[in-house]
Design a protein around this ligand. Sequence first.
Ligand SMILES: Cc1cc2nc3c(=O)[nH]c(=O)nc-3n(C[C@H](O)[C@H](O)[C@H](O)COP(=O)(O)OP(=O)(O)OC[C@H]3O[C@@H](n4cnc5c(N)ncnc54)[C@H](O)[C@@H]3O)c2cc1C
Length: 486
Amino acid sequence: MKIAIVGFALSGFSFLKSVIDNKKSDNIEIDVYEKASEYPAGLPYEDDSLDKLLNVDSDEMIYPRENKDDFKNWMKDNNKKVDPIEKMAPRVYFASFLKDKAKDYIDLPFVNIINEEVTDIGVSILDNKEIYELKTRYRKSTYDFIFLASGASFYQDPYKLSGEESYIESPYPLRDKLKDIDNDSSIAVIGTSAASTDVFRYLMNNKNLTKPINFFTGDNEYKIVDIPYEGNIYDKYSLDEARIKKALSDNEFIDLDVLIKRIEKDFSENGFDLRYAYETYKDHSLDLSRKAIDENDQALAFCEDYFMQFTVFAADIVNNLRPQDREIFMDKYYKYLIFLGGKTPYESMKLILKSYDEGKIDIITNTHSIEKTSDGKFFLKGDRTANADIVINCSGIETNLSKVSEKIPLYESLLSKEMIMADKDGDFIAVSWPRLNPLSKKYGCLRNISITGMMVSGTDIDNNDARCIQKSAKRIGKILVDDYNL
Ligand SMILES: Cc1cc2nc3c(=O)[nH]c(=O)nc-3n(C[C@H](O)[C@H](O)[C@H](O)COP(=O)(O)OP(=O)(O)OC[C@H]3O[C@@H](n4cnc5c(N)ncnc54)[C@H](O)[C@@H]3O)c2cc1C
């Protein structure tokens, strides 16, 4: 079987590893296409300043749970230390870990690394068999199976500033994009996500800015702080693989009532209430983070750790609910956990609060316009206004399929051939679960192409998480090996 992997970062490597670890035959040839010269790394972990830190602990990066300490142990063995102040690992170390683990797989004689961008994929169906034709600028090849792991698209441009001078459309690599910033510049950052925390940290550690940084954001100031939980969540979280399997062996679907009761029981048995954290902290203000830190709020900490565990199983659970129950679950119950997505690391939040108190940063909510003025500056309007010499965009990755395909040739080719279509409201790509095969009106379901990553997070929900990415890629590798007796 001829397999192509498009994109060789966390997802592409996890799939390659799964196929090779599970395969029993030699009837296999794998071409791995990667457009970047560094691999396996990907945008989050690519070579950059050590100021770029993981937004979760090192033992929350690896799936499955029994291997959770792999990265942490690798750091120890390789004498790599967490950031002394924020206590998180630099993200580039995770790429070094991946490169180390990938060596033996890349060197296998039936694995070919092709350092080129895939710009076009087409399909023809002969006698019910799908044959894929893949093109780069320099070559054209056919495959029996494609694993499309091209990951994050690009940063959104909500204020249509692309191309404007002094507008930094994407903050990465930090050390290239931010190094020339003058200390006397007035800087505005769009967004208060993990990327904007990277920008904040880089500027604080590498510059002596004379003016405060203005963060322009939506209706919430800064994602709530991640309070360290003093208990052991693994003893307290019960909705794991075994329980999901059991629920599905008894019934075709997961029962919504049983699911809700199980989650509520996990909370109540530990003396907490599922609704508390949401009701108390959903506004994500700096004052609320300050309160959580001052009180060492263990009820919030429990909910955060619970959500960290739930995330790994969220897509399995949600996709195995009856459709009408799924809507109810997402609208009425999931909000109690999902609001914690992208929370701010504990020590990072302490630094942010300190900088805020010292007047080094300011946060302006409800941003509604940013315009370039005739003197070459930016005028930003939210609840308050500000001028800036430089605007750094950290507004989030684009997932609208039309917009993505306008800029990325590969997606344009798939969309124009009707091999893919958008999921809900134009966002994401519609795929089946758990094979992540694209759905379309023209082809129905293309069974020999699987798509992972952010562009399928309408189905592989909450997969903006290293463990979820590994889980889906690993599972699809195993399905492929089993289906074709590889
Ligand atoms: C800025 C950022 C920070 C994050 N930080 C964390 C974190 O701290 N912890 C965590 O758990 N999760 C984090 N995540 C979630 C992250 O999405 C996953 O951890 C994971 O890196 C996604 O892996 P991926 O392989 O799907 O995609 P990516 O890492 O985006 O990799 C895609 C790869 O495909 C290649 N590629 C793309 N198109 C083509 C093409 N046409 N031809 C050839 N190659 C191509 C790219 O060069 C890249 O190497 C972060 C995400 C982002 C965007």
